[in-house]
Ligand binder design. Structure first.
Ligand code: PLP
Length: 411
């Protein structure tokens, strides 16, 4: 099956009336015929649902579709992308442990590592995550390497095969935040990643109508090496031990569940992921190429030949650079003026919408970061992040060109 066919026919809707979509089971609890039956459902000895914080048919259908799309053994949906990042990490970390992360991470994730420091979990940052940069940071306390596939907004691309090799030589899992890449660009498990997380609020949903997250497990990492003693009773689940521990442990107890309605919206959005990404990647490339030919701005987009990541985009991402580009306008004032002159691009803190969105990261998402943290994340005073939408490319090019030229006094 090709990508678009598999989005529609890969995991069927679950409903006895033949609904083409799994309906929204907008309920808190599920009633059962007898006390014995509910006992079995609670003990995982019978299929079924008891309470929507623990499991829900609409959410479960969404999880199965994502797992199938990534080629994983299962998925757990979360209330947000940040909740997915948090749960994916806390499922395997304890006080005293260390994580290696890229310094170009999403601002919320950088802030999260600050929060985790209060619980004795240390993040060690590599400027960009490469086989060479992480090797010297690994020690006996290192329990995971966490990185975004295409950094948001640094737009550095990770060579998954090379990084996974170093991780596995040291007995540690590679966790990839694949929000900006989506399975349309690459399926990280095919390159050796162990766990994938997504903010489904972005490209998976696509319409900018829900906050959601999801964690997917490849099933290939061995958690019984002695490095992860907290897996204890979950070891009997073998390949499923990571997901079993997550579902029965921290995820359930922290109440990180996705709402059935948001799962439904994300499921509907997911069906057009291929079409949207095809258009978004094509628009982003054309816009990046056009803007790089103009005076007064510099453009960063991984699929531009001028990008240091161009070869990796060809070999790992099928030549597609995703939907985000950044523009440097020369100064903070010029960046603000450019943003304010745009007609179609909305000024909003989101990515992956069908509408083109722009933001000045230094004064918003990175407001709480130090100048050093910002610059390591590729965020300068004059940086504008553009999340390209599905508008007609001619309109987008005109909009940005007029906004840039306006700055030169050409109207
Ligand atoms: C948006 C985003 C997140 C956080 O997701 P929310 O759904 O907003 O909680 C995490 N990682 C990346 C790369 C993101 O773009």
């Amino acid at each position: 099956m090709g990508f678009n066919t598999s989005l529609l026919h890969g995991a069927a809707a679950e409903d006895r009336y033949g609904s083409t979509q799994t309906p929204v089971y907008q309920v808190s609890a599920f009633a059962h015929e007898s006390a014995e039956e509910l006992e079995k459902v609670f003990a995982n000895r019978a299929p079924g649902f008891s309470y929507s914080r623990i499991g829900n048919p609409t959410v479960s259908a969404f999880e199965k579709r994502i797992a199938a799309l990534e080629g994983g053994i299962g998925a757990v949906a979360c209330s947000s992308g940040m909740s997915a990042v948090t749960m994916a990490l806390l499922n395997i970390l304890q006080a005293g442990d260390e994580v290696i992360a890229g310094s170009g991470l999403f601002g919320g994730t950088i802030d999260l590592f600050g929060d985790l420091a209060g619980f004795g979990i240390t993040a060690r940052f590599a400027e960009s995550v490469t086989a060479e940069s992480i090797a010297p940071l690994i020690n006996e306390r290192t329990k995971a390497v966490f990185t975004e596939l295409i950094g948001n907004p640094k737009l550095d691309v990770v060579d998954i095969d090379a990084v996974a090799r170093v991780c596995h030589d040291n007995g540690i899992p590679l966790i990839i935040d694949s929000t900006t890449a989506t399975p349309y660009l690459v399926r990280p498990f095919e390159h050796g990643a162990d766990i994938v997380v997504h903010s489904a609020s972005k490209y998976i949903n696509g319409g900018g109508n829900s906050i959601a997250g999801v964690i997917v497990d490849s099933g290939s990492f061995r958690w019984d090496s002695g490095k992860f003693p907290q897996f204890g009773k979950y070891r009997i689940f073998g390949r499923n031990s990571y997901l079993a521990k997550l579902r029965n442990g921290f995820w359930r107890n922290a109440g990180a569940c996705l709402s059935p309605f948001n799962a439904f919206m994300c499921s509907v959005g997911l069906e057009t992921l291929g079409l949207r990404m095809e258009r978004i990647c094509s628009n982003a490339k054309k816009l990046a190429e056009h803007l790089s030919s103009l005076d007064g701005v510099t453009v960063n987009y991984p699929a531009l030949e001028s990008s240091p990541y161009y070869p990796l985009v060809q070999s790992q991402l099928g030549g597609r650079g995703g939907g985000i580009l950044t523009i440097r306008a020369g100064s903070r004032e010029k960046a603000f003026a450019l943003i304010n002159r745009l007609k179609y691009a909305l000024i909003a803190t989101n990515i992956g919408d069908i509408r083109t969105l722009v933001i000045h990261p230094a004064s918003t998402i990175y407001l709480h970061s130090t100048k050093e943290q910002r610059e390591k994340a590729g965020v300068y005073d004059d940086t504008i992040r553009v999340s390209v939408g599905i508008e007609d490319i001619g309109d987008l090019i005109n909009d940005f060109e007029n906004a840039i030229k306006g700055d030169n006094g050409n109207g």
